[in-house]
Design a protein around this ligand. Structure first.
Ligand SMILES: Nc1nc2c(c(=O)[nH]1)N[C@H]1C(S)=C(S)[C@@H](COP(=O)(O)O)O[C@H]1N2
Ligand SMILES: [Mo]
Length: 299
């Protein structure tokens, strides 16, 4: 495994001194002005072959799970403006040819953005349809140069004063989740950077977050800070808390109930009646990833 060289690392102070960054934001509002408002993004529009009916922007941005801020759904009340968090550093390390620390902005600029209108199913039995803007995670893995020993990709959020309300009595931080490499490389798996044609809101995981539409929402780590390629299967945040209730795979599966509730149906936010939950959340094309696996054991 190659080591980080000085050249790969942008001065740490640039990222870690939040106060200095905030001061810069005050001193140079013009420089940072483009970040003050959700910027329109350039992207290829989705054909929406599935004819999914997206939830409203308001629904998607006012009903969220983001435990670093609060355990309630009104995360939008606690998030400061995105401006405060720039520049945001992303580390890509572990079993890669080219470990790197790069700003989110620069990283995003390397990929072609497209719209993906996906179902999102939370393990708590509610769901939404969200028009994400993003790029395939596969492209990022190619950029990083994954080595042949790598088997898993781990994603971590920050754990510092950018999340002032973080309460580690509920879950341990930083928030962590991971995918098997073939799941990570599946064309449906994306890194989302936008929503409804604009940059992500903080409550939805700005500046960039994972989206794995056939898995329960908790796999889709928000506000990614670190991506690590590993040989061993990482333990995710929810497994750590209760491995009888939350597994590594977390594929949406209506026939495997959560120990405390059924997963057979869901409440789509904004709808009066519950709807049936679909195997793999309706994304049957991923079934071949799990051929021969017992999905009751590997829940
Ligand atoms: N960092 C972080 N990422 C997270 C969470 C979290 O608490 N912290 N919650 C997860 C859960 S449980 C869900 S359902 C989705 C919700 O995504 P949304 O609010 O954009 O719909 O984010 C996931 N990603
Ligand atoms: Mo969730």
């Amino acid at each position: 495994m190659s080591k980080l060289t000085k050249k790969d690392i942008t001065p740490k102070e640039l990222f870690d001194n939040r106060r200095a960054i905030m001061k810069m934001g005050v001193l140079f509002p013009l420089l940072f002005g483009s970040l003050a408002f959700a910027k329109g993004l350039k992207f290829t529009k989705s054909s929406n072959k599935d004819k999914l009916e997206p939830n409203t922007f308001k629904e998607i941005t006012t009903y969220n799970n983001f435990y670093e801020y609060t355990v309630d759904k009104d995360v939008y009340k606690y998030v400061p403006s995105y401006t405060t968090y720039e520049p945001w550093a992303i580390t890509i390390d572990g079993l890669v040819n080219k470990p790197i620390i790069i700003t989110a902005k620069e990283l995003i600029s390397k990929f072609k953005l497209e719209e993906r209108i996906y179902r999102m199913r939370c393990v708590e039995a509610w769901s939404m349809v969200i028009p994400w803007i993003g790029f395939p995670l596969k492209d990022l893995l190619e950029f990083a140069g994954v080595t042949s020993e790598a088997k898993y990709v781990k994603f971590e959020t920050r754990y510092d004063d950018v999340f002032p309300k973080t309460d580690s009595r509920v879950i341990s931080f930083p928030y962590v989740d991971a995918l098997r490499l073939d799941e990570a490389r599946h064309p449906l798996t994306i890194i989302a950077v936008g929503l409804y044609g604009k940059e992500l809101t903080m409550q939805n995981g700005a500046p960039l977050r994972l989206v794995v539409p056939w898995k329960y929402g908790f796999k889709s780590v928000k506000s990614i800070h670190k991506i690590t390629l590993t040989k061993d299967q990482p333990v995710n945040t929810w497994q750590k808390i209760n491995s009888d209730e939350y597994g590594f795979y977390a594929n949406v599966n209506p026939s495997v109930p959560h120990p405390r509730w059924s997963q057979a149906s869901e409440r789509k936010i904004g709808k009066l009646f519950r709807q049936k939950t679909l195997m793999f959340n309706g994304y049957d094309e991923v079934a071949s990833l799990y051929t021969g696996m017992d999905l009751v054991k590997n829940f």
